[in-house]
Design a protein around this ligand. Structure first.
Ligand code: ADP
Length: 397
């Protein structure tokens, strides 16, 4: 079985064609600058990279070009589109409308239009991608895989904000979380690596990248997560503030003469690591600068590590114990100093890092970086969101 995974942004479209027998991508690539001049497709297959520079006026043109490449005699990996059994689409937000992977039909797309405002930066782009695929591959089975689905198991006391309950019911304002496919993948991979059933484990999964979120996973089910109604909440991130007192935000917006919309852009794009360091949002830049003695970069990293530590502690309490901590995504997989900073002084809770193992370079494999006497296993697991989307899509067929 072959599943085409599509992750559509407003001006970009990433894809992978995954062979489900091997669970390997046999082709992958990205369309960039859709809808603006200078369109480009980068296609990787058969051990090579193919670049096509051509204007891509809309998502339908982009997906048509992708399909052409997939069946191309040289760059292609399949003889015809018939070999694609189904398409799995990544969708950021589902609200309360969808709690699990869903097959696309007209009614589902109508609901998707209705909930688009929940993630105005992401969902409308996904809709463009889905509609383009439906136009180019009529009749092909397609699944929507939601980043929020894995968090749908959070109990009400964890996902509700303490606002007027009637307002929650009316406007569906609550915590939905994000990065669910990644949290799900690494929690499952951790259980497999440890030779346990997911039901036997209490895990804290730390997806630390440019955007970061931390989840508490009890017996394979998410019981809490750090992101909220939007990805702005939780730990400070590359450019996002993370948790902040709303009155402080309103005070700041007023002082800076910002509208609410401008203020939210500020909190999403100009704060976090970038805002504190005044240097960069990129953790590689920050760790290099901190090593050179740049105090504000060091402070930004300390704030990040401290916030992650507090979430781990909180989730340990929420879970009533802890068997395993998982680090994943760009920073979680590649930055030993940040992992060490987060787990510093947690020996009292049975969390002991092996400093040497922690220095292991990311080679794409799972690594156990816990000390021999650590009660809690500490794992680094490269995430694979595309594979989760493909698995979910295949399972639905
Ligand atoms: P997102 O998917 O949220 O854009 P990523 O998971 O790709 O983010 O993480 C990006 C972050 O990971 C950057 O801050 C980057 O500095 C950091 N990082 C550190 N080392 C590496 C590495 N070797 N490869 C990629 N990202 C890295």
């Amino acid at each position: 079985m072959k599943i085409l995974v599509i992750n559509a942004g407003s001006s970009s479209l990433k894809y992978q064609l995954i062979n489900m027998e091997t669970e390997q991508a046999i082709a992958k690539g990205t369309c960039e600058r859709i809808g603006i001049s200078g369109g480009k497709l980068t296609h990787k297959a058969n051990g090579r990279e193919y670049v096509i520079e051509r204007d891509l006026p809309n998502h339908t043109e982009a997906i048509s070009l992708v399909l052409k490449e997939l069946v191309d005699p040289e760059a292609g990996v399949i003889a015809s589109m018939e070999e694609i059994d189904a398409v799995g689409h990544r969708v950021v937000a589902s609200g309360e409308a969808f709690t699990k992977t869903t097959l696309v039909d007209d009614a589902v797309m109508k609901t998707m239009d209705e909930i688009a405002e929940l993630a105005p930066l992401h969902n409308p782009a996904a809709i463009l991608g889905i509609n383009a695929c439906r136009a180019v591959m009529p009749g092909k089975k397609m699944a929507l895989v939601f980043d929020t689905s894995f968090h749908a198991t959070m109990p009400a006391y964890a996902h509700l904000y303490a606002i007027d309950y009637d307002d929650y019911k009316k406007y569906k304002v609550r915590k939905y979380g994000a990065h669910g496919t990644s949290h799900k993948f690494v929690a499952g991979a951790a259980a497999q690596y440890l030779g346990k059933k997911p039901e036997e484990l209490k895990i804290v999964t730390c997806h630390l990248g440019n955007g970061s979120s931390i989840s508490a996973v009890d017996g394979g089910r998410c019981i809490d997560t750090s992101m909220g109604f939007t990805p702005l909440a939780g730990v400070p991130m590359g450019t996002r503030s993370g948790d902040i007192d709303y009155a402080a935000a309103e005070f700041l917006f007023r002082k800076k003469g910002m509208t609410m919309a401008e203020g939210l852009t500020y909190l999403n794009k100009k704060c976090g690591m970038l805002g504190v360091s005044g240097n960069s949002s990129d953790f590689r830049d920050l760790t290099a600068a901190a090593e050179r003695g740049d105090e504000r970069s060091a402070l930004a990293l300390q704030m990040f590590e401290y916030a992650c530590k507090k979430y781990i502690g909180a989730y340990m309490a929420a879970l009533g114990g802890l068997d395993c901590i998982v680090f994943t995504a760009g920073v979680g997989e590649n930055t030993p100093t940040v992992r060490a900073g987060i787990l510093k002084n947690m020996q009292a809770f049975g969390i002991c890092l092996d400093e040497e193992k922690n220095k292991q370079k990311n080679d794409g494999a799972i690594h156990d970086i816990s000390a021999a006497d650590s009660k809690v296993k500490i794992l680094v697991i490269p995430t694979n969101e595309e594979l989760v989307i493909a698995r979910e899509t295949a399972a639905l067929l």
